[in-house]
Design a protein around this ligand. Structure first.
Ligand SMILES: Cc1cc2nc3c(=O)[nH]c(=O)nc-3n(C[C@H](O)[C@H](O)[C@H](O)COP(=O)(O)OP(=O)(O)OC[C@H]3O[C@@H](n4cnc5c(N)ncnc54)[C@H](O)[C@@H]3O)c2cc1C
Length: 438
């Protein structure tokens, strides 16, 4: 018998959760720890903001899934991994030991917007302070929707979205749709007195080719989303958002999509660097990610998704630094890593049960499968009101189009993913603590 501890029930752990009955049947014990009973599928988050989907549509009731499979679910947040001691410390003070541990703790928005001292807006407006929602965790998008609906009942709504990537574009367009529908507008665009402004930093969607950018700009314009390029949001106060060029924008809600980075768990555990030796202050490896080591603060793993230092520690998704070839932090990789991670965790547990794992001290033993990333990945952006923009590298070129078909493809992919993982009946109303009706 060996103990498996899964930290986070994100996209990359869903296959391991599905494998719990087989692991239990082989005599292993599985514990999954996460901050709440539900996990949100990011692909549908912008659609929840815009009202395309109800909040339950994006929720996986992971606590129920784990318990039904024969595992133990612990509602807690890991704060430190003691890899040499084979134990994890949690926010509540709990300490759990393991033979094998896997990390799928996702990512957080990398650049929070400093807020001036809270207080009443200069116009005495509602609400008295400025609500700032980062796009991670994804359930924040439902919270933002509720805030927009409440504000719309009190007067003009001004939204500022900070960030220039795909998530920023998606939430801008869907915030526009949310406000339009709240006003009863037939047109899928920000109504006259309201505003949605996207502050895109250096430029919008810098990682995408010009054709995709043009399609996205056109759809944002159709939603009456104003795009500001060449400036960054640097501060928020009760009246609005200050840009680095001195301009200030009125805001009643701010959405933060300024890029993501792994949570501080690995740095706090001395695990975030390439060598895992806890020093994080070397010269920047050229990634511009601020971590100073090229890892972006993620758990450094080998091709088998196994820590390059601690053979009983694994990881997948946004929180890892995949040392064979750094990967973009997209759900596609987290999902594709899932089956490899599940198989390798099972192999390592079996080795422990046979008593062979302590002999196999080195990482990367032959029984483990490699994760082989496919070059390029399909990206479909939800631009609200049943439209999208699809981009997929094909050979030396790319397939790229926008409109209803792109959205329908995205919806088919997203609903198939959810159907493939949801227990019968899906997430129940009230099961996720954040899904009370707007
Ligand atoms: C608005 C938006 C839309 C996106 N749309 C897409 C898309 O359409 N396609 C795509 O490929 N990618 C998309 N992405 C990127 C995608 O969200 C991430 O790449 C994906 O969520 C990574 O999955 P993950 O399993 O690594 O992490 P997550 O999905 O973030 O899961 C991590 C889990 O770990 C839990 N956790 C966090 N910290 C701890 C801790 N200390 N202890 C225990 N548990 C913890 C969290 O609660 C969470 O449940 C989108 C991102 C955003 C922000």
């Amino acid at each position: 018998m060996a103990r498996l501890l899964l930290l986070g029930a994100g996209h990359a752990h869903l296959d391991a959760i599905r494998a719990i009955p087989a692991l239990v049947a082989r005599g292993h014990a599985v514990t999954v720890a996460g901050p709440g009973p539900c996990h949100c599928y990011s692909g549908m988050g912008p659609g929840v903001l815009g009202g395309t989907y109800p909040p339950q549509a994006m929720a996986l009731p992971v606590r129920r899934m784990v318990q039904a499979a024969g595992g133990t679910f612990v509602t807690d947040t890991a704060v430190r991994i003691d890899a040499p001691g084979h134990a994890v410390h949690f926010a509540s003070g709990l300490r759990l030991e393991y033979e094998v541990c896997s990390c799928n703790v996702g990512s957080l928005v990398a650049h929070p917007l400093p807020e001036d001292a809270a207080g009443t807006g200069s116009d005495g407006g509602y609400p008295p302070t400025l609500p700032v929602f980062s796009v991670k965790p994804i359930e924040n998008l439902y919270r933002a929707r509720q805030a927009l609906l409440r504000l719309a009942a009190h007067g003009a709504v001004h939204v500022v979205v900070a960030g220039g990537g795909p998530a920023a574009l998606e939430v801008s367009c869907n915030a526009a749709i949310c406000i339009a529908r709240a006003r009863g507008n037939a047109a899928p665009a920000v109504p006259g007195d309201d505003s949605v402004t996207l502050v895109a930093g250096h430029g919008l969607l810098p990682g995408l080719p010009e054709r995709a950018r043009t399609l996205c700009r056109a759809l944002a314009a159709a939603r009456r989303v104003r795009i500001i390029e060449g400036a960054r949001a640097v501060r928020a106060n009760a009246d609005g958002v200050l840009l680095n060029d001195g301009r200030s924008l009125p805001a009643r809600v701010v959405l933060l999509a300024t890029g993501v980075a792994p949570p501080p768990l690995f740095a706090a555990s001395g695990l975030s660097t390439r060598t895992g030796n806890g020093t994080n202050g070397g010269p920047d490896g050229g990634t511009g990610d601020g971590s100073g080591d090229g890892s972006g603060g993620g758990l450094a793993v080998n091709a088998h998704l196994q820590s390059i230092v601690h053979p009983d520690l694994f990881g997948g998704g946004d929180c890892i630094h995949f040392t064979p070839a750094p990967l973009p932090r997209v759900g596609v990789h987290a999902v594709r890593q899932g089956p490899v991670l599940a198989a390798n965790l099972a192999a390592r547990l079996d080795e422990h049960a046979r008593g062979g794992a302590s002999a196999a001290r080195t990482t990367g033993q032959p029984s483990l499968a490699p994760y082989i990333p496919r070059p390029g990945h399909l990206l479909v952006l939800d631009t609200g009101a049943g439209t999208g923009v699809l981009h997929r590298p094909v050979g030396s070129g790319a397939l790229c189009f926008g409109g209803r078909l792109a959205f329908l493809l995205k919806r088919a992919i997203d609903t198939r993913f959810m159907r493939g993982h949801l227990p019968p009946g899906g997430a129940r109303l009230g099961e996720c603590p954040w899904d009370e009706p707007a």
